[in-house]
Design a protein around this ligand. Sequence first.
Ligand code: IDP
Ligand code: MG
Length: 143
Amino acid sequence: MSNRTLAILKPDCVRKGLIGEVITKITDDGFKVTALKMVKLTKDSAGGFYEIHKERPFFGELIEYMTSGPCVPIVLERENAVENFRKLIGATDPQKADEGTIRKLYAESIQENIIHGSDSDENAAKEIGHFFSRKELLEINGF
Ligand code: IDP
Ligand code: MG
């Protein structure tokens, strides 16, 4: 089990001024922030990131949303990071998310759901690579 996962504070999180509040929830839950940046995704970059959803009916809207403003990708570290972080963010649809989860607390809708979390160790490694170069990760953390 890997100890790393990728979070993204999505454009609605940034627009609502919730960057600080959401990062506090994450660190209070026991995660360590090991790399972080603010980026505005291009359609190509967002499309590559969400490649697995490209046949889904919501794909076009998802790309519009993810490119609608800056977002904040974050590399997080904790034991069993992927599973623990999915628990903290809650279900994709905020109406179905458990009480106290980040999506339950802050998200508007199944699309505008504030935050991303990797769904497997393999995808976490790929997604970290989508936003952070090997050189950057080495310079930041030595990995
Ligand atoms: P996840 O973010 O909980 O892993 P996924 O099924 O991987 O959920 O979907 C990726 C993102 O696509 C979601 O976080 C949400 O922003 C958007 N999305 C998922 N399902 C729907 C839908 O049914 N309608 C609109 N947007 C959706
Ligand atoms: Mg997913």
